[in-house]
Design a protein around this ligand. Structure first.
Ligand code: CS2
Length: 488
């Protein structure tokens, strides 16, 4: 079968939208760290629209920080891949051309550093997931004992971590007299710009105090809120795309129609004219998204997985799930958010529930359940802190936390092993091994200070609420616990 590439673009089936510009004339202006499906279904598409409008200076150099898989799939395709938009009413397909080159950092760190320190590169964007920032999730500070950070401090010109690459590239630019780039975090972290700035400045200061100061004073780190649900691509998806394209694409990406990007407009070196929402302060949007969408997602992922549901849409169809999430968002999370004038929060919540029901996406609960130790603080625990301070109930949020505790034990309700993917998976399994009562499990998990901080384990109302959730989950199982949430 023919394979998607520059040479075969013209043979694509006519229903597939193609790049509306000459790819050969596009230049690289952005280096993106973390070349996963999310980037390819989100920022790369916004940039594709910019290139199509005729501004060819913003092509992307995509960097994988670990595995060569994406490069191996995309390089024979000249970086081209298909975006498939799904909502159950028939898929739409678009060939995306904005990624002009793919690099694999562990194989050639020098090529990555050269690209990052080139004068044409004016933005470094990142989707490296929560754990990629090498920080303590509960405090946002750099984890100076992290093996990659220690490695990068020892060998600054052969970095492994995103933080190490950013600092070495900024140091090289300073040496060459090239102005710094703008750093654009696109991960689901609270105040993601400030978080990346904090870890980068700290790492730089450990290397060289003058470099630390330069970064504090001269480098811009706008915060962003990114949103689009992008499940991992499966072989069935590949087959479906091949049929529609009438050619092979080794790694297409699947996404929902909805997409949103809110960005703080602080780009001293210029930026593409992305069709995003530019604001002065992204934080209210970020908190809204993290607490409503991602908080619901994680709650649904742990409870849904334990109740035996493979996908988000399956769980949404089971008794009580929608009611639980509606109540969590409306009654517990929304009152903690700063008002967004002119924004209809109630419509936003309804839209989220509809997005979760999307039958065509097949977003696996297991995928969202990954890395919970890095996600819980900003998705559920921050909201709980605000509820505690306001002396208000938070039973649904606490049930989400309890479900995570049951999940990370690594055994499901039928006694089968759960493949828990988390940087703390081993420690969590060891700590919870042999815990049979709710109190034992609670105590074992609350010892993880990087997740719960020092305050929550000492809070009596917090312990009581999570323990109630654990009692129900351990005695009745997740399906029955959730089924008792009334509609309305
Ligand atoms: C999800 C997110 O995997 C997860 O943890 O909650 O990736 C979610 O799909 C996106 O944030 C949606 O924008």
């Amino acid at each position: 079968m023919t394979r998607l590439s520059d040479a075969t673009l013209s043979e694509l089936s006519p229903e597939v939208e193609r790049p509306g510009y000459r790819r050969a004339e596009a230049r690289i202006g952005i280096v993106h760290l973390g070349l996963g499906a999310f980037h390819r279904a989100h920022q790369a598409v916004y940039t594709e629209d910019v290139l199509s409008k005729g501004d060819l200076s913003w092509g992307i150099s995509g960097v994988s920080l670990r595995s060569p898989d994406t490069r191996d799939a995309l390089e024979p395709q000249d970086g081209l891949y298909t975006l498939s938009i799904r909502d159950g009413s028939g898929d739409r397909f678009r060939a995306i051309g904005s990624i002009l080159e793919c690099l694999v950092a562990p194989q050639d760190p020098e090529a990555v550093l050269a690209r990052m320190s080139a004068a044409d590169t004016r933005i470094i964007s990142l989707t490296v997931t929560e754990k990629g920032y090498c920080h303590h999730p509960a405090t946002g500070e750099l984890d100076e004992a992290h093996p990659d950070i220690r490695h990068d401090l020892g060998q600054p010109n052969r970095p492994k971590s995103a933080v190490g690459f950013l600092v070495e590239a900024l140091a090289r630019r300073r040496e060459k007299g090239v102005p710094p780039f703008t750093v654009l975090s696109c991960d689901n972290l609270p105040a993601n710009g400030r978080t990346v700035q904090r870890v980068v400045a700290r790492f730089a200061a450990l290397r060289d105090p003058a470099l630390g100061r330069l970064i504090e004073e001269e480098v811009s780190f706008p915060s962003t809120m990114v949103d689009r649900i992008v499940p991992a691509t499966t072989d069935a998806d590949r087959a479906l795309v091949a049929k529609a394209l009438r050619m092979e694409d080794a790694w297409p990406v699947m996404a929902e129609p909805f997409t949103q990007w809110v960005i703080e407009d602080r780009f001293p070196g210029g930026r593409p004219d992305w069709n995003a929402t530019f604001v002065e302060d992204v934080e209210p949007f970020e908190l809204m998204k993290l607490r409503l969408l991602n908080g619901s997602h994680s709650t649904l992922a742990y409870l849904g997985y334990l109740a035996g549901h493979e996908t988000v849409a399956d769980a949404m169809g089971a008794p009580g799930f929608e009611a639980l999430l509606r109540g969590l968002m409306r009654d517990e999370a929304s009152p903690t958010l700063a008002p967004l004038p002119g924004f209809d929060l109630s419509a936003y919540r309804d839209q989220l529930l509809a997005r979760f029901r999307n039958p065509a996406l097949r977003h696996r609960t297991w995928q969202i359940a990954m890395d919970g130790s890095q996600k819980l603080p900003q998705r559920l625990l921050g909201t709980i802190r605000d509820r505690l301070a306001a002396n208000q109930p938070f039973d649904r949020l606490a049930l989400g936390v309890a479900a995570w505790m049951v999940y990370v034990r690594g055994v499901d309700e039928k006694g089968n092993a759960i493949d828990v993917r988390d940087p703390l998976a081993k420690d969590l399994a060891e700590a919870t091994n042999g815990c049979t009562t709710p109190t034992e499990l609670l105590d074992a998990c609350l010892r993880f200070e990087t997740v719960f901080g020092r305050d929550l384990p000492l809070s009596q109302p917090f312990r009581a609420a999570v323990e109630r959730g654990l009692e129900q989950l351990l005695a009745q199982g997740a399906a029955q616990t959730v089924a008792r949430f009334p509609e309305g």
